[in-house]
Write a protein that binds this ligand. Structure first.
Ligand SMILES: NC(=O)c1ccc[n+]([C@@H]2O[C@H](COP(=O)([O-])OP(=O)(O)OC[C@H]3O[C@@H](n4cnc5c(N)ncnc54)[C@H](O)[C@@H]3O)[C@@H](O)[C@H]2O)c1
Length: 290
């Protein structure tokens, strides 16, 4: 039975995971490296919960109860109490391995460990823990409180019992779980990122302008957002790193990152978070840059 959960990493994804867990009634310990990160995460969660109340999706009493279920922590004492740890720290293999390796001896023997990694091999991460059969990928989408999907990734040693426990938990969170094998970028990013990369090639080769490409895909393929607008939202550095994982992991030139994407990242034009990507966000209405 999963009742208490530890979430390691209180960034964009970790705070969203803590949010949905707490709303679903789980007790959550939210861990990060400093007070600043934890304070920021709690304030984001508070704002997002209030927005859900404002939209009639949550009662105010449930917002208060959810917030009370989240305990920010800086030390590891909580580990002895939890039934599940979800690692949602920075996407860097060395950082993740350093977090995961020492967990085992501090956890209950039956506790499960999950990782929210977008691209690192689940099997490789499992191998540094003392419990590869109780380890798997639980890949939430951003923003977590809004997006319905959770990709569930088995490592080579993941047991059926572990997989079923995380599948049932995902359903309890109101999400739809989809199984994906442990291949680079799993399903969503394996399909989505090459499309975005192709949209950037289309721009690079002058087939269309930023506006033409986004309008074409919104109105011609019924996508809610154009691919270049979506790239800016995801972050162009994140897009590039996923393309590199596909290119190197699958050793196929069809995943070659577009040189224009590389140039934008080198220029520090990372999309919304840096105020400039394929659009310029310094004005009220984003203006296309090409
Ligand atoms: N951003 C997305 O769209 C998205 C979507 C799905 C999955 N992911 C995955 O989720 C994970 C987190 O991504 P994010 O976008 O939330 O990143 P982020 O940079 O917003 O947050 C990462 C957090 O981890 C913390 N951290 C780093 N080292 C730590 C340590 N040793 N102990 C505790 N906390 C530590 C950082 O201080 C930071 O607050 C990554 O694996 C990423 O690939 C991201």
């Amino acid at each position: 039975m999963i009742n208490k959960v530890g979430v390691i990493g209180a960034g964009q994804m970790g705070n969203g995971i803590a949010h949905v867990m707490a709303v679903a009634g789980y007790d959550v310990f939210l861990k990060d490296v400093g007070e600043i990160q934890l304070e920021r995460a709690l304030s984001v969660i508070d704002n997002n919960l209030k927005r859900q109340v404002g939209r009639g999706k949550l009662e105010d009493a449930d917002r208060v109860a959810a917030l009370a279920r989240i305990k920010p922590v800086l030390t590891d004492d909580y580990l002895a109490e939890v039934d599940l740890v979800i690692e949602a720290a920075t996407e860097n293999e060395e950082i993740k391995k350093a977090i995961l390796a020492p967990l085992g001896p501090q956890l209950k023997p039956e506790a499960i460990i999950a990782t929210n990694t977008s691209s690192i091999s689940v099997t490789r991460l499992a191998a540094v823990t003392d419990r590869p059969s109780q380890f798997m990928g639980m890949h939430f989408m951003n923003p977590v409180p809004v997006m319905k999907l959770v990709e569930l990734i088995r490592g080579i040693a993941t047991s059926e019992e572990t997989f079923n426990a995380i599948r049932d938990l995902s359903v309890n969170l109101g999400k739809t779980p989809t199984p994906a094998e442990d291949f680079p970028a799993f399903i969503v990013n394996r399909i989505l990122l090459p499309m975005i990369n192709e949209a950037i090639y289309t721009l690079y080769e002058g087939v269309g302008s930023v506006q033409a490409i986004d309008t074409a895909m919104r109105l011609g393929a019924n996508h809610p957002m154009g691919p270049l607008q979506l790239a800016d939202f995801i972050g162009l550095d994140v897009c590039l790193s996923i393309m590199q994982v596909l290119y190197e992991g699958l050793a196929d030139t069809k995943y070659r990152p577009c040189p224009l994407l590389v140039k934008y990242v080198e220029a520090g034009w990372l999309g919304r978070k840096s105020n400039r990507g394929f659009y310029d966000y310094s004005t009220d209405t984003p203006t296309p840059t090409r």
